[in-house]
Write a protein that binds this ligand. Structure first.
Ligand SMILES: [Mg+2]
Ligand SMILES: [Zn+2]
Length: 273
């Protein structure tokens, strides 16, 4: 949150997208216009943000880890993913507690390889409410992500960083999807151009977060994807990539069979501008 306020354009979008979620800001609604103005002015003349504006610990920024140092690629237009049900199998009612629970979906490593080959910066943004609810320790999650990142690199793939929200659903944080805090956090740290980027997910909440962040989104048929499509009234088959026109929700550009189909579509559309 703090870094994003230093970049005026991003801060403006975050403010407008999240205002209704932020209890701390609601109580300051009378001063909101002035706050917006100050955020813009700060982008020209940076100064420390007033910490008292942050009302609860749960509104803290998402946790960002596994940053690849010295990224050889510019950020800009990037591809961001949900994790469970997109990158790895999601088992109903079960968290990934440790590495033996983690299993890459078919073609997931191919997708990260395709992104490396195309020179596209790549991020994961995952809700891990099991941490906040005490089902999963932060250390165990870090170990899973260490090994996931290592496996992607070993396969010749590209993963620039992982953002996770450790908060429980009723913590009221700003990073748990469908809120866009993780995407804004990654964008402000790495200079991602969200409006030129894709967010790929299997849940309606992923699509909502992506849209709120200004990304184009793609729904995959793995994980909860088929059920999500049903909720949105989407009847297209989940094979290859099918563009949706008009989109059933703003920003949802299409449905893809899986992560690799989605990545191919994102890379092609990126090349097409
Ligand atoms: Mg998911
Ligand atoms: Zn959170």
């Amino acid at each position: 949150m703090l870094p994003s306020l230093a970049s005026g354009d991003q801060a403006g979008r975050e403010s407008s997208a999240e205002t209704h979620h932020q209890r701390g800001w609601e109580s300051l609604s009378g001063t909101l216009p002035r706050f917006h103005n100050r955020a813009r002015r700060d982008s020209l003349n940076p100064r420390p943000f007033d910490m008292t504006m942050r009302s609860t610990a749960a509104e803290a920024s998402p946790s960002i880890s596994h940053v690849v140092p010295g990224s050889p690629y510019p950020a800009g237009a990037s591809v961001l993913f949900d994790r469970d049900g997109v990158v790895n199998f999601q088992r109903t009612g079960r968290y990934v507690h440790s590495w033996p629970d983690f299993e890459f979906l078919p073609r997931a490593l191919d997708a990260f390889r395709a992104l490396a080959h195309a020179g596209v910066s790549t991020y994961v943004a995952t809700n891990q409410g099991g941490v906040g609810r005490g089902h999963l320790t932060a250390g165990a999650l870090a170990d899973v992500h260490d090994r996931m990142a290592e496996a992607i690199r070993d396969a010749g793939g590209r993963l620039d960083a992982i953002a996770h929200c450790p908060h429980a659903p009723d913590d009221g944080c700003r990073c748990r999807k469908p809120r866009p805090g993780m995407l804004f956090g990654l964008a402000s740290r790495f200079g991602i151009d969200l409006s030129a980027s894709f967010f790929i997910g299997d849940n309606v909440t992923d699509l909502e977060a992506g849209v709120a962040a200004g990304c184009r989104t793609i729904l995959v048929g793995t994980g909860e994807g088929v059920r999500s499509a049903g909720r949105l009234g989407i009847n297209e088959p989940f094979t290859g990539f099918t563009g949706l026109e008009p989109p059933p929700i703003g920003g949802l550009v299409g449905v893809a069979g899986d992560i690799l189909d989605a990545v191919h579509a994102a890379i092609a559309r990126r090349a097409a501008g």
